[in-house]
Design a protein around this ligand. Structure first.
Ligand code: TXA
Ligand code: MG
Length: 343
C-alpha cells in the first residue's frame, strides 16, 4: 500500500478514505492519531494490524460536537457536561458505559468506551467530513514513542495506512489525560496536560489516582486501563532517568560516555560540557517544553544509534506528572538518584 502525505487542506480526501473504511494519520493537539471509522469493526481491526497493537488494549473514540456523545454511551452522567464545559475541546478523555453501536473491537471487549473531543481544527474538520466518530490510538508502532509530527507517523506507518494529514507539530506533545467515571469514585487512569487537581475542582470531589499511573502492573493483576500494562514509548536505546543536580548529572553521563555510545537529554541551561550527543529538553522550569520535546527526543536517540540515553529527571509539576509517567514506562519504572557518592 502506498501511504499518501496529504496537506492540511485535503480534508475531503481524508473524509472519503475514512468513510470507505480506510486508515488516516491525523493531527491532534496531543499526538498524531491513527484514525478509522469507530462504528466499523472491519475498519477498526485494521488499526490493530497496522500498529501491531495487542487486541486487549481499547481505543479512544473522537468526536467533534458534544451531542455526538449521546449515541455512543449508555447514558451521560450530568458531570460530563461540567467536564466538557471546562476542558472540551481539549486533552481530556472520559471513560463511560458504552452503547450497543460501539463495536467490541473498539473497547477490546470492555463494556466501557473512552471518548474525547480533540482541540485541533484539522482533527475536528476531518471528524465532521467523515460523518462518523473516529477511533484513534496514537499513530506509532506499538511500543514506540508516540508521534508528534506527520514525519514521525510516516517513519512508523509508511506502507501500512492510506494517508497521513500534515497538520504541523502537536502543541501539547503527550497524550490526553484519561479518567473513568465508571468506578465507584472518578479515577485518573493516565496523566496528561489536564491535571488531577484541575479535574477535582470541576468535579467538586477528589479524584483517585489508579495504581498503574505510578508503577508497574504485576502479572495477573487486571488493570483498569489495559494500555497501562505495556512497555511504552521506548526507543531502541536503554532509557535511564537520572535525578541529580546539573553537575552530578553531567559528571555521571561523561563517565558513562567513556565506556559506551550514549546520549543525554538535558535542560537548555546546562548544555555545556557534555562529552556525548545531547538533546534539548527545554528550560528546566518549562514543563510544557519537556512535554513538547519528549517523544521527538526519544525518536532522535534511534537516529543517533546510541545504546543508552540518560534523561535529566524533570519536575513533576503541571504536565511534568505526565512526562515522568511516560519516562517511567520507557525506563522500566526506575529512577536513578545521585547524591554524589555514586560517582
Ligand atoms: O491524546 C490522546 O489520547 C491520543 C490522541 C490520538 O487522541 N490517543 C491515544 O490513544 O493516546 P492510545 O490508544 O494510544 O491510548 C488510549 C489509552 C490506553 O491507555 C487505553 O488503555 C485507554 O486509553 N483506554 C481506552 N479505552 C478505555 C476504556 N474503555 N477503559 C479504560 N481505559 C481505556
Ligand atoms: Mg498510544
Amino acid at each position: 500500500m502506498k501511504t499518501r502525505l496529504l496537506k492540511s487542506e485535503e480534508i475531503k480526501e481524508a473524509g472519503r478514505i475514512l468513510r470507505n473504511g480506510g486508515l488516516v494519520g491525523i493531527p491532534t493537539e496531543t499526538v498524531y492519531g491513527l484514525a478509522a471509522n469507530a462504528l466499523s469493526s472491519e475498519a477498526v481491526l485494521k488499526i490493530f494490524e497496522a500498529k501491531g497493537r495487542p487486541d486487549d488494549n481499547p481505543l479512544i473514540v473522537h468526536i467533534a460536537n458534544l451531542d455526538e456523545i449521546d449515541d455512543l454511551v449508555a447514558y451521560v452522567p450530568p458531570v460530563v457536561y461540567d467536564l466538557a464545559k471546562a476542558f472540551w475541546p481539549g486533552p481530556l478523555t472520559i471513560v463511560l458505559e458504552k452503547s450497543d453501536i460501539i463495536p467490541n473491537e473498539v473497547t477490546a471487549g470492555l463494556d466501557t468506551v473512552a471518548i474525547r473531543m480533540p482541540n485541533h481544527k484539522v482533527a475536528q474538520e476531518i471528524i465532521r467530513e467523515a460523518g462518523v466518530p473516529l477511533a484513534a490510538p496514537s499513530a506509532n508502532t506499538s511500543g514506540r514513542p508516540s508521534p508528534t509530527t506527520a514525519q514521525h507517523v510516516m517513519e512508523d506507518m509508511d506502507g501500512r495506512i492510506d494517508a497521513v494529514i500534515d497538520g504541523g507539530p502537536c502543541s501539547v506533545g503527550v497524550e490526553s489525560t484519561v479518567i473513568t467515571l465508571c468506578t465507584r469514585k472518578p479515577k485518573l487512569l493516565r496523566p496528561g496536560k489536564i491535571t488531577p487537581e484541575e479535574i477535582s475542582k470541576v468535579l467538586g470531589t477528589e479524584i483517585e489516582i489508579d495504581d498503574a499511573v505510578f508503577g508497574e502492573i504485576l502479572d495477573g493483576e487486571i488493570p483498569t486501563s489495559p494500555g497501562m500494562k505495556y512497555k511504552h514509548y521506548s526507543p531502541k536505546a536503554n532509557v535511564i532517568i537520572v535525578d541529580a543536580d546539573s553537575d552530578d548529572f553531567r559528571n555521571y553521563v561523561n563517565l558513562k560516555a567513556e565506556k559506551g555510545k550514549v546520549a543525554a537529554i538535558v535542560f537548555d541551561e546546562e548544555s555545556k560540557g557534555f562529552n556525548c550527543d545531547i538533546l534539548f529538553f527545554g528550560k528546566e522550569e518549562d514543563d510544557l517544553a519537556h512535554a513538547n520535546t519528549l517523544f521527538s527526543n526519544l525518536r532522535k536517540c534511534d537516529e543517533l544509534g546510541v545504546d543508552t540515553v540518560f534523561v535529566h529527571c524533570p519536575s513533576a509539576e503541571g504536565i511534568g506528572f505526565a512526562v515522568i509517567n511516560r519516562l517511567l514506562r520507557a525506563a522500566d519504572f526506575e529512577i536513578l538518584s545521585l547524591g554524589g557518592d555514586e560517582l
